[in-house]
Design a protein around this ligand. Structure first.
Ligand code: R5P
Length: 295
């Protein structure tokens, strides 16, 4: 059997290079370009015969990434790769996890079907598991989930003296409780009602007295930033300083990041989606999970 290979999809070169270096595994290239009509041309630069592959593709803004990714997986198998795995530090389409209104597509299931058909295994970081208890409810392939909680806790311990960790909603308690335990600080969870994509209401009735502690909001995803901004608004209205906002995945649609900075928050994310706010490195943990699957 030939040695395994990491292949980055566009935009994932740095992450794939870091993983390849950590694991001592070769890095291959996928040449990709658009034909004049917008269709995709792709070509692997390495011989894939008998090789096991890990394709690295974080799935923020997923719609333009999915088709080339599925083509790459199918082409690799056609070129006689033995196993083709996916390293997707951010896994998209996890939030539509039920039919809220008649006629809606449960896209988390559709995405799971597509990726399970295309890949032999998958590694991701803290997928948004709310109504699913694990990925195996919808993914048919072996999956490994890397948890960022201890790394986030380490960052908080090193950078925020006397933190009080606050989860913006009940869904966040699963992450918040672990981060607080690892950081050895207290936590509380607020109540959120989402009325629309950009319309969020947060109740801070459960907020304990902060005393001299620094509020640190912890969530899995910052997308529009509405959840964090509403929490910041409420906490500032109580006379507290703007908090530190820590998230696993910073998607930051439109001017979400700039708006949070304008609100006075310090914003920190894990490097699952490349962004200037990346301060918490999860690559080592991702590499360890990939190593287990490759062996
Ligand atoms: C909720 O389902 C997630 O845990 C996050 O709270 C949510 O995705 C944040 O979204 P936004 O930044 O758009 O408020």
């Amino acid at each position: 059997m030939t040695a395994p290979l990491f292949i980055p999809m566009p935009g994932n070169e740095a992450a794939a290079r870091a993983l390849a270096t950590t694991l001592g595994i070769a890095l291959g290239q996928l040449e990709l370009r658009a034909f004049p009509d917008g269709e995709t041309y792709m070509r692997f630069d390495s011989d894939l015969l008998g090789r096991s592959l890990a394709i690295v593709c974080t799935l923020d803004r997923p719609n333009d990434k999915i088709l080339p990714l599925l083509f790459a997986a199918a082409a690799a198998k056609d070129l006689s790769a033995t196993k083709v795995g996916l390293v997707a530090p951010y896994l998209a389409y996890m939030r539509q996890d039920r039919r809220f209104k008649p006629g809606e597509a449960v896209t988390s299931r559709e995405m799971a079907q597509l990726l399970s058909d295309a890949f032999d295994w998958m590694v991701t970081v803290d997928p948004h598991l709310h109504r699913y208890s694990s990925l195996s409810e919808i993914y048919r392939i072996p999956t490994r989930v890397v948890h960022a909680a201890s790394l986030m806790a380490e960052w908080i311990k090193a950078n925020v003296p006397k933190a009080l960790i606050i989860g913006p909603d009940s869904e966040s308690e699963q992450w918040v409780s672990l981060v607080a335990k690892d950081a050895g600080v207290p936590y509380t969870v607020l109540e959120k009602v989402r009325r629309g994509d950009r319309d969020v209401e947060i109740s801070i009735s459960k907020l304990v007295d902060l005393g001299d502690r620094t509020p640190v909001f912890v969530d899995d995803i910052i997308s529009t930033g509405r959840t964090m901004r509403e929490a910041i608004r409420q906490i500032k209205a109580r006379g507290h300083a703007a908090p530190v906002c820590v998230a696993v995945h910073g998607l930051f649609t439109a001017d979400a990041y700039e708006a949070l900075i304008r609100d006075g928050a310090r914003v920190v994310t894990c490097n699952t989606v490349p962004h200037p706010s990346n301060a918490i490195d999860v690559q080592c943990a991702v590499g360890a999970a990939v190593r287990r699957l490759l062996s």
